[in-house]
Structures are given as C-alpha cells and as structure tokens.
Design a protein around this ligand. Structure first.
Ligand code: UD1
Length: 380
C-alpha cells in the first residue's frame, strides 16, 4: 500500500483533490492510502466546507486551522505544523496542488524531510515574479520528484528551466519525472456537469437571471489591493451595464468584499440594479453560472479555465496569464481594469469560433494514480 498525503488549503485545491480522491476510491483503493491534510488557509463555510461536502471529499484527517495572516507568518505556521504531521504519518509521497502558500509550505516541509513530492499543476508560469503564486510555483517545481503538467506550454516551461523530459525511472529530486497529464479540474467539470444534465435540479442559494448575464469574479491582490485598479474595475463594470443589456452576477471573495466596503465601493455596486452581488458561490453553483452565462470576467486562474471548459468567452483582468493557450486560441482576452466594458462587449459580439482540446480528456486523475503506482519505488 502506498501512503499519500494530499495537502489542500485554498478553494481550488479542494476541487483538485476531489478528482484524485474519487479516482483512488473508484479504482485504486487497494493500492493507495489517501490521507487529506487541510492547512485551513481558507476557512469560511463558503470558501471551504461547502466544497468538501459537495465534492464528496473524504473528511480530512488533519485540519491545521492556520487561517489568514501575512504571507510570511501564514507560510511559516503551515511549514511548522506540516512537518509535525509528516513526522507522524511518514508518507511515501506528499501531493501538492497549484501555487498557493499551502503548496509552498508543504513542498518546503517535505523536501527538508526527504519525502518525495508530487506536484500537480506543474510548469505553469505567468512570468511575473511579483505575483506570490509565481514564486510558489517555481520553488515547488524545483523541489519535486514527479511533476504533472496540465498543458504542453507547462512542459515547455519546465524544459526551459532545465528539466529533462522522458527521463527513465527511478525518479528522484535529481532525476525528476515530468509528465503532461491534462487538467485535473477538467476531470471534475466534466464529471459534475454531466451529473447535472441527468438531474438539473441544482439548488442555488440565489436566483439565476433568466436574461443574458455576465459572471464576474475578482480576488487577486493586484486588483483588490490597489484602490486605482479596484475603482477602475467598479467603474468599468457599471459602464458595462449602461452600454449593454447584460446583468452581472458577482460572487464576492471575502478579501474583495472587505476592501470594497472600506472604500465605499460596495454600496456603489449594490445601488446598480443590474449588478447582483452574492456570497462566494459553491462549486456546483459556479458550474450553473458558468454554463448559463454569456461571458466571464475574472482574475482567477481556475475560473478562466472553467469558462473555457464550458465554451464561454473570458475577459481576464490581468496583464498576463499562466493559461496562455486560451488567450492564444482567441477564447480569452487580457484586459486592464478600465477596459473591461469595451473588451466584454467585443467578446460578446464576436465570440470565439472554436475551443481546441488543450486540457486533456478528463482522465488526468487516473493517469496520475497509474504513475504513482508504477513508480512506487521512487527515492527522493
Ligand atoms: C489564495 C491563493 C490564490 C488562489 C486563491 C483561491 C496564495 C498566495 N493565494 O488567495 O493563489 O487563487 O487562494 O481562492 O495562497 N479570507 C477570508 N476567509 C477565508 C479565506 C480568506 O475572509 O476563508 C480573507 C482574509 O482576509 C485573508 C484574505 O481573504 O487575509 C486572503 O486570503 P488568502 O488565503 O491569504 O489568499 P487568497 O486571496 O484567498
């Protein structure tokens, strides 16, 4: 039996771990022992528990309840507590997802203890080192023994940083295995959205507009922590409602809410009867919104991809994205905050013609499990 510890902490990691846990439960339960460790980075009901329940993730064995703090403090506290858990559990592998502070802490704790790390969502780069996530990705990739990239662009980035492809096992920190596996979030989007088609009665905690609407999510510090950018985003969203017939549905991240309130921008948005502000949406609610909307405006990496999965044009409120393929394919466009209205109207009037197969076939989790089993003798 191979013992893995999956480290989750932020909302999207709960979604990714769900796909792996489901594959283990369905096909590999006699070979892989699945233990979940939640750092507690996200702790609000709507940011964590609701995802665990909806996605049928086995109850986490550990919840470290670290919560919010400055990056240094949050990372340090996670590092310390994760080391204790690793010491106790002595896993064969630590599995980390994406690029959050939970990912970084787990990678650092594991590598110092010579526990092999498997990084899922490896190789992505925005080439903007002022983003905390970019540093987290780079460090984590270079600590890993097996790297699973969701895209071909991710594989190229790893090659450019000196990783060799097609290495032969046994894999180690000096001879890491690098694999393209497709996107594990796509596994979930396919799995759950096909479930919904059979049973369309998903209960949303809000009323989904019947008329054309645009889904909006904003939470990146580069947008929320700059009053210029945040004001420009609000003005541009209001302008979009004035220049077009669409309504906006805006599930609001706790960070964004706090700052909008602080600068009296939330009341401005709420005063507009074409802007519907709702609490953070659950995964199922997001699928409903993504499937029914006309277009998506977001700065989230996960939501950019989900827009693509559901063939919706996407306006990305960032200067760059690590999901370059969706922009190259013309399915998404990058924008400055003040141009959101203009870019959204363009995307709605001239929607993308095709959505190429970029993210695999929806079977990433099984592929990953097979590799874990085949390479069970990996030394660090
Ligand atoms: C984190 C990730 C980001 C990811 C996002 C997904 C890092 C560096 N960033 O960003 O890459 O896209 O998760 O959602 O790890 N807060 C609450 N309740 C919560 C969680 C957060 O109120 O349950 C508020 C707190 O004020 C906190 C702030 O949101 O300080 C930021 O939370 P944090 O976990 O540090 O980063 P995210 O912005 O959520």
């Amino acid at each position: 039996m191979i013992k893995i510890l999956q480290i989750i902490g932020a909302r999207p990691q709960i979604i990714k771990a769900a796909a792996l846990s489901r594959a283990i439960r369905n096909k590999f339960s006699d070979q892989i022992q699945d233990i979940i460790v939640h750092t507690g980075q996200h702790y609000d009901e709507n940011m964590s528990n609701v995802f665990m329940r909806e996605m049928q993730i086995p109850q986490e064995t550990y919840n470290l309840k670290i919560g919010s703090a400055s990056h240094g403090k949050q990372t340090a506290q996670m590092l310390q507590r994760l080391e204790e858990v690793f010491e106790l559990e002595k896993p064969d592998y630590v599995i980390v997802y994406g690029d959050t502070n939970s990912t970084l802490s787990a990678a650092l704790a594991a590598i110092k203890m010579f526990i092999p790390i498997i990084h899922i969502e490896a190789g992505l780069r925005s080439f903007n080192k002022t983003m905390p996530e970019e540093i987290n990705r780079i460090v984590c990739d270079h600590c890993s023994t097996i790297l699973f990239s969701p895209t071909e662009a991710g594989i190229k980035n790893l090659q450019n940083e000196g990783f060799q492809i097609n290495q032969t096992p046994p894999y180690s920190i000096h001879n890491p295995g690098v694999f393209y596996c497709g996107d594990i979030m796509y596994d979930n989007s396919l799995y759950f959205s096909s479930n919904f088609e059979q049973d369309s009665g998903i209960e949303c905690s809000f009323i989904v507009p019947q008329s054309d609407f645009v889904l909006v999510t904003i939470h990146r510090p580069s947008n929320t922590d700059s009053i210029e950018n945040l004001s420009a985003i609000c003005n541009s969203l209001i302008s979009l409602t004035e220049q077009s017939l669409v309504t906006l549905v805006f599930p609001i991240h706790p960070r964004t809410k706090k700052i909008l309130e602080q600068f009296h921008l939330l009341e401005l948005l709420k005063a507009n009867n074409k802007i519907m502000i709702i609490p953070p949406a659950s995964f199922f609610e997001m699928i409903v919104l993504e499937k029914k909307c006309k277009c998506v405006i977001t700065d989230s990496g996960g939501v950019q991809k989900e827009a693509f999965f559901f063939k919706k044009p996407c306006v990305i409120v960032r200067d760059e994205t690590e999901w370059v393929e969706i922009v190259d394919a013309g399915c998404a466009v990058l924008t400055k905050p003040y141009s959101i209205a203009e870019k959204t109207i363009q995307m709605i009037q001239s929607p993308p013609l095709r959505y190429p197969l970029i993210f695999g076939d929806g079977n990433s989790a099984e592929f990953i499990c097979e590799k874990i089993i085949q390479k069970a003798d990996i030394p660090i």
